[in-house]
Design a protein around this ligand. Structure first.
Ligand code: ADP
Length: 257
């Protein structure tokens, strides 16, 4: 328990520092992007417009990274609601597919799947999914397949950190490189990354694990080198007839991650 406390304090300190920096960087990148758009619009020189395009893309990548840091440190403000998981995922499909790009095939549960309700914070849920599909994409440099599935599980007795009860399990499986055991062991640690500088923050899976803990749940990784990876989110299930929220707030706010 003491180790968990130290870990939590470490995450809080690190989160505050990261959040301040991410804020400043986000503002800098936003104004940079504004100027680049102006250059692109005002220049009649195609070569300059192409270069401005490239610069916008680089700045955009920077914005995505800062967004990941910011949402990681916003963990404290969770607003847990009843969520219809299939409907919410369906609403996110286009956005997730766009985020992973055309070389990655994304499959989701079919329309009209059984209604499953989980107790989660919607924006944290969306971010967890985004973090997972981005990791999956990064593990498949030559392209590949991501499969998102949802199922219901009932634990009759506590299992590890999970209390007995009903869960909605969302799993994200990829056909990528997989991870050796020493990477699996540290994958959830904040700032642990194997990606080159500027590509990874090491905060994606830290957000994912914090998010599942908020939902009285847990996250699990099954992975081996050459075997791909499957990350499962165990989320506390709500009553199937509960009134639910499905609106993807995150998309509506024009937040362009
Ligand atoms: P980041 O993506 O910024 O590196 P994460 O916390 O999301 O941070 O992931 C930590 C590390 O776990 C990654 O650098 C990578 O080594 C490993 N990892 C995470 N997801 C996957 C995956 N789907 N396939 C292979 N390795 C992964």
């Amino acid at each position: 328990a003491e180790a968990a406390l130290v870990q939590a304090q470490k995450m809080e300190a690190v989160g505050q520092l990261a959040s301040t920096m991410a804020h400043d960087f986000n503002n800098i990148l936003a104004s940079l992007m504004g100027y680049l758009y102006l250059i692109k619009r005002r220049s009649s020189d195609q070569q300059i417009r192409d270069l401005a395009d490239k610069a916008v893309k680089a700045a955009d990548r920077g914005k995505r990274l800062t967004a990941r840091v910011l949402t990681f440190s916003r963990q404290g403000e969770a607003a847990v609601t009843m969520l219809d998981v299939h409907a919410t995922l369906a609403g996110m499909q286009e956005w997730l597919a766009h985020s992973v790009g055309p070389s990655t095939q994304l499959t989701m549960p079919p329309e009209g799947s059984q209604r499953l309700v989980a107790l989660v914070d919607l924006s944290q849920f969306e971010l967890a999914l985004l973090n997972l599909v981005i990791n999956a994409r990064d593990a498949m440099p030559g392209g590949g397949h991501i499969d998102i599935q949802v199922r219901e599980e009932t634990l009759e007795a506590p299992e590890g950190e999970l209390p007995a009860g009903r869960y909605v399990v969302v799993s994200v499986k990829d056909s990528g490189t997989g991870m050796p055991p020493e990477v699996v062991a540290r994958a959830f640690d904040p700032f642990f990354t194997t990606k080159p500088a500027g590509r990874g923050t090491g905060l994606g899976l830290a957000q994912v694990i914090n998010f599942t803990h908020q939902s009285q749940g847990a996250a699990r990784i099954e992975s081996a080198p050459g075997q791909g990876t499957c990350v499962s989110l165990w989320l506390a299930a709500g009553a199937p007839d509960a009134a639910v929220a499905t609106l993807p707030r995150f998309l509506d706010s024009g937040h362009d991650v």
